[in-house]
Design a protein around this ligand. Structure first.
Ligand code: ZN
Length: 163
C-alpha cells in the first residue's frame, strides 16, 4: 500500500472500522458490522475525526481524541422543550434516552432525546446524548477508492443499494 490512490484525501470514498469510547465505555463500534463508508471532506462524519484521517493509508490504525466542541458540540442547557403527553406520538416508547424525530411548524425534521417523562409532559432535549463529551476513536482504514462522479454529485456513497 502507500500508493496515492490508497491514501485518504478529499473526495475519496473511505471505508473505516471504528470503536468509539466515551468516559471509558464503548458506546459505538463497527465491530460485527460492515465498516462505515463516507466521502472524505464533505462533513459526513464528525469534524474532529475527519480532520485526523487525511494521509492515512489502507491498513493504518490510529487513536483519535476529539474534544466535545469538534464532536457533538457543547451542551446547550436551553435546548429542551416540554410536550404534552397527549401530543406525543403514540408509536414511540415514552422512556428517557429514546431518540425522537419531530417536525416543527415549517415541516423541518429534527432529532431530540427524551430527558424526562412527567405526569403531564414529556421533556425533550435537543442536545445529542454525547454533547459535552470528549470522544476517543480507535479507527482502522479498511479501504480507500476514488468517488465516482455520480457519488460526488449526489453527495453520498453508492453501495449498490442507494442511488
Ligand atoms: Zn446517489
Amino acid at each position: 500500500m502507500g500508493k496515492e490512490e490508497h491514501v485518504v484525501a478529499d473526495d475519496k470514498v473511505v471505508a473505516l472500522n471504528y470503536t468509539l469510547t466515551v468516559d471509558d465505555q464503548v458506546v459505538d463500534s463497527s465491530e460485527g458490522h460492515e465498516p462505515i463508508e463516507f466521502i472524505q471532506g464533505q462533513g459526513q462524519i464528525i469534524a474532529g475525526l475527519e480532520e485526523e484521517l487525511y494521509g492515512m493509508s489502507v491498513g493504518d490504525e490510529k487513536e483519535v481524541r476529539v474534544e466535545a466542541a469538534k464532536g457533538y458540540g457543547e451542551v446547550d442547557p436551553s435546548a429542551n422543550v416540554a410536550i404534552n403527553r397527549d401530543d406525543f406520538p403514540q408509536e414511540i416508547p415514552m422512556e428517557p434516552g429514546v431518540e425522537v424525530t419531530l417536525r416543527n411548524q415549517e415541516g423541518r425534521s429534527f432529532q431530540a432525546w427524551i430527558q424526562e417523562v412527567g405526569e403531564e409532559n414529556v421533556l425533550l432535549d435537543y442536545n445529542h446524548p454525547l454533547a459535552g463529551k470528549d470522544l476517543e476513536f480507535m479507527v482502522k482504514v479498511v479501504n480507500v477508492r476514488e468517488a465516482t462522479a455520480e457519488e460526488l454529485a449526489h453527495g453520498h456513497v453508492h453501495d449498490g443499494h442507494t442511488h
